[in-house]
Each structure stands twice: as structure tokens, then as C-alpha cells.
Write a protein that binds this ligand. Structure first.
Ligand SMILES: Cc1cc2nc3c(=O)[nH]c(=O)nc-3n(C[C@H](O)[C@H](O)[C@H](O)COP(=O)(O)OP(=O)(O)OC[C@H]3O[C@@H](n4cnc5c(N)ncnc54)[C@H](O)[C@@H]3O)c2cc1C
Ligand code: FES
Length: 253
């Protein structure tokens, strides 16, 4: 798999909710190479030295989309770009989700972690269910896209303003006991991923989790994105190079 830098034109830009935006770029070679769960290192203007990692949300023909929340200077710059502007992206980077798993898969996404799962949902279609957790009804983004492709989509909100009140993993529990999932694919905050790992161990299902760490280079050179390895012979793994998607038993969360 090859990575490269591309100057890509923004074919569309959308505001979704709160501080959450989607940028869709036109870039045929990148679209051709991109896989579910991989990410791009996005240049965020002259004032931001380091590129910012953003997951690939979707590939549609020659277009690649990313959905991001404004957190600081880099993502604010991205949010201010317009259709027709150019951005420079490096990618696709990292190891993503295996979409060739035989049998049913359960997706568990929390907050911004919902977005990298969409290409798995598209690939697995009616062989996958999804539990998508948000803080509140006003934060719901992209759930309708999952509903269009998955067999069953369960929405949870922390405050109960939409769907089931509670966490995505709590809701996933009842799906797990009633189905024979071959794998769980998850992305979200660390406490959620720890709960996914515990659920997967309890029911003996392999769990593939997408981790986030602060990054600099994005391809294994600077060693900024280390996570502890669960293998006694290996001290650290690097999220950008060995991940961002890991088997939950490979890492110490
Ligand atoms: C592999 C990967 C994929 C990602 N995919 C997405 C995505 O699809 N959509 C999205 O909205 N965000 C995603 N992120 C997070 C995104 O990279 C950060 O929000 C972004 O780099 C913040 O840059 P900034 O300049 O706007 O904010 P900064 O000024 O750099 O930081 C603002 C605040 O955000 C915190 N922060 C920055 N980066 C991270 C991080 N990696 N993890 C936790 N906290 C952080 C900082 O500590 C600070 O409090 C991803 C991160 C990784 C590592
Ligand atoms: S960000 Fe440089 S090694 Fe991962």
C-alpha cells in the first residue's frame, strides 16, 4: 500500500452539528488506496507546523471525506476552508479495519469515533449491526448513513434525549448475547474502548479497536504516538504505524 502527499481540491464542505464539519476532497489516487479505518495527515495552514491526523470517513468514487470536530488551531483552520480551496493531505496512513471478516460484525462507535467505522458498515452491509453513542440528540452525526447500510442501528445518548439512555457498550451487551458476532470493530474514547475489550473478552469475540494518540510525523519516525504493548517481548507499539486499529489484546489500554 502506498502513501503520498496530494494537493486536493475541496469538492464539498458541510456543517453537521455544533463544531463538527465534513470536508470532501477530490483525489482519485487517494480514493483508490484508502481503506476503512485509515487516516490522513492534513496540513492545516502556515501557522500550524504539524499536520493533524483525521480519519477517512468515506470514499465515494474519486472523492474522500473526513468528518472532524474543531478542537484547536488546526481543525479551526480546516473548518474555515471553502469548497474549491485546496488542502494538502498525506496518506492513506496506518492499518485499518479488516472488512473481509467472514460472518456478522458488530460496530461500536462513540462520539467522533463513529466516523471511521462507516466504511466498515458499507463493506459489511446487512452483515453488520452498529451501536452508535453520542452525548445528546444535538450531537447526532452520520447515524442516518449507518442506518442506510447496516442491518440494525442502535443509538444511545448520555442524556437520553435520543435513542437509549446510557453508553454504547451497555447497549451493545444485549446485541452480543443475542447474536453470534465474528468480530467487534470499535472506535471512541479510551474508557469506551476499555469497556469494549472487557465485553469482547467476556464473550470471547475478537475486538478490533481504533486508538488515538497525539501524533507528529504520522508514519513511524518520531515515536510520539507510543502505546504499551501487551506482548512481553515488545515494549511499545506506535499508533500511526502499527495501528490505529489494533486487536484489543495487543495493547495495554
Ligand atoms: C489516528 C487519528 C484519527 C483521528 N481522526 C479524527 C477524526 O476523524 N475526526 C476528528 O474530529 N478528530 C480526529 N482525530 C483527533 C484530531 O487529530 C485532533 O482533534 C486534532 O489533531 C486537533 O488539532 P487542533 O490543532 O485543532 O487542536 P490542538 O490545538 O492540537 O489541540 C486542541 C485540544 O485537543 C487535544 N487533542 C489534540 N489531538 C488529540 C488527540 N489525537 N487525541 C486526544 N486529544 C487531542 C489537545 O490536547 C488539546 O486539548 C484523530 C486523531 C488520530 C490520532
Ligand atoms: S506519529 Fe510519529 S511515530 Fe507515530
Amino acid at each position: 500500500m502506498s502513501k503520498a502527499t496530494y494537493n486536493a481540491e475541496i469538492a464539498a464542505k458541510r456543517w453537521h452539528a455544533g463544531n463538527i464539519y465534513e470536508i470532501i476532497i477530490e483525489c482519485e489516487p487517494l480514493a483508490r488506496e484508502s481503506q476503512a479505518g485509515q487516516f490522513l495527515q492534513v496540513a492545516c495552514g502556515d501557522d500550524t507546523f504539524l499536520r493533524r491526523p483525521i480519519s477517512i470517513h468515506n470514499v465515494d468514487g474519486s472523492r474522500v471525506s473526513m468528518i472532524f470536530e474543531v478542537k484547536g488551531r488546526g481543525t479551526r483552520y480546516l473548518s474555515q476552508l471553502k469548497t474549491g480551496d485546496c488542502i494538502n493531505v498525506l496518506g492513506p496512513l496506518g492499518n485499518g479495519f479488516d472488512t473481509d471478516i467472514e460472518g456478522d460484525v458488530l460496530l461500536i462507535g462513540g462520539g467522533l469515533g463513529v466516523f471511521p467505522l462507516y466504511m466498515v458498515a458499507k463493506a459489511k452491509g446487512k452483515s453488520c449491526d452498529a451501536v452508535l453513542g453520542y452525548k445528546s440528540a444535538r450531537d447526532l452525526v452520520s447515524h442516518d448513513r449507518f442506518s442506510a447500510v447496516c442491518r440494525e442501528v442502535v443509538i444511545t445518548t448520555d442524556d437520553g434525549s435520543y435513542g437509549i439512555q446510557g453508553t454504547a457498550v451497555a447497549a451493545a451487551h444485549s446485541l452480543v448475547v443475542n447474536h453470534h458476532y465474528k468480530a467487534i470493530c470499535a472506535c471512541g474514547p479510551l474508557p469506551m474502548l476499555k469497556a469494549v475489550h472487557a465485553l469482547a473478552c467476556k464473550y470471547n469475540i475478537p475486538a478490533w479497536i481504533s486508538l488515538e494518540e497525539r501524533m507528529a510525523c504520522g508514519f513511524g519516525v518520531c515515536l510520539a504516538c507510543a502505546v504499551k504493548s501487551a506482548d512481553d517481548d515488545v515494549d511499545y507499539l506506535h499508533v500511526c504505524k502499527h495501528g490505529p486499529v489494533f486487536n484489543s489484546k495487543e495493547v495495554i489500554l
